[in-house]
Design a protein around this ligand. Structure first.
Ligand SMILES: [Zn+2]
Length: 245
């Protein structure tokens, strides 16, 4: 884990080896808050061990969205911890027999102010974004990917406009759903990727051609396997052969 000391909290970042998923710990004086739980191949267990090494109780696990690479450890490595998220995300996740605390707007944990916002139908059906207004930090979930190929959905235009809005007034520390923490330049980089993907989808005549174009455009980005999740409906199709003459 890497750590940023921000006033009276320390924000620890743990990048899961599978899919470069970003998971985080917000450490305050008496407890820790966990953001997402990792994917598979032991990532959740390794992350939990790092959380336990801080030797403070888990106040809650915040879940940004329901995708398996973010809830992988929710009912295993983090099965004993309280869970909280926004209403629409809560409807989509399985927390076993635990009650999920529903978040909306500002809330306090260990004297630290958090703000939860929910976005529907972007990268996921529902996504929670958490801001720490007094600590200049935002946890974007999968609205932002950093140097990691994006998991695309058909909602590219909406995704771009939300990022354009977020970057106008963003905290300076951005903790993305995939890839390492960065500054607000990651919004523009994510928008650029979405625009490139949209253009390549419109011009490619096959999935293979699209995949090759994105690897060519972003040769250094991690997890090219994520390119395969492109929205098929956005791919241009060659004109069907005509039977008329
Ligand atoms: Zn993800």
């Amino acid at each position: 884990m890497t750590a940023d000391a921000v006033g009276d909290v320390t924000i620890h970042s743990f990048l899961g080896p599978s899919l470069n998923t970003g998971t985080y710990v917000i450490e305050s004086s008496a407890s820790v808050v966990v953001v997402d739980t990792g994917y598979r191949s032991g990532d959740p267990e390794t992350f939990r061990a790092a959380v336990d090494a801080l030797d403070k109780p888990i106040a809650t696990v915040l879940i940004t969205h329901d995708h398996p690479d973010h809830v992988g450890g929710l009912n295993t490595a983090f099965a004993d911890a309280p869970v909280a998220t926004t209403a629409a995300v809560a409807d989509l996740i399985d927390a076993g027999d635990r009650d999920i605390e529903i978040l909306e707007g500002p809330f306090m944990i260990d004297g630290i102010e958090y703000v939860a916002d929910e976005y529907l139908d972007v990268e996921a059906r529902a996504q929670m974004v958490v801001t720490l207004p007094d600590h200049d930090a935002i946890f974007t979930g999968d609205l932002v990917f950093n140097e990691t190929h994006l998991f695309l959905t058909p909602h590219l235009d909406r995704w771009i406009s939300i990022l354009e809005e977020l970057q106008l007034d963003s905290p300076s520390r951005v903790y993305p759903g995939h890839g390492p923490p960065d500054d607000p330049s990651v919004y523009a980089a994510t928008i650029e990727y979405l625009l490139t993907a949209r253009a390549e989808l419109a011009s490619a005549s096959s999935g293979e051609e699209y995949t090759a174009a994105m690897i060519d455009a972003y040769p250094d980005w991690e997890e090219p396997s994520l390119i395969e999740f492109y929205p098929r409906a956005l791919l241009s199709q060659p004109a069907p052969p005509t039977t008329e003459r």
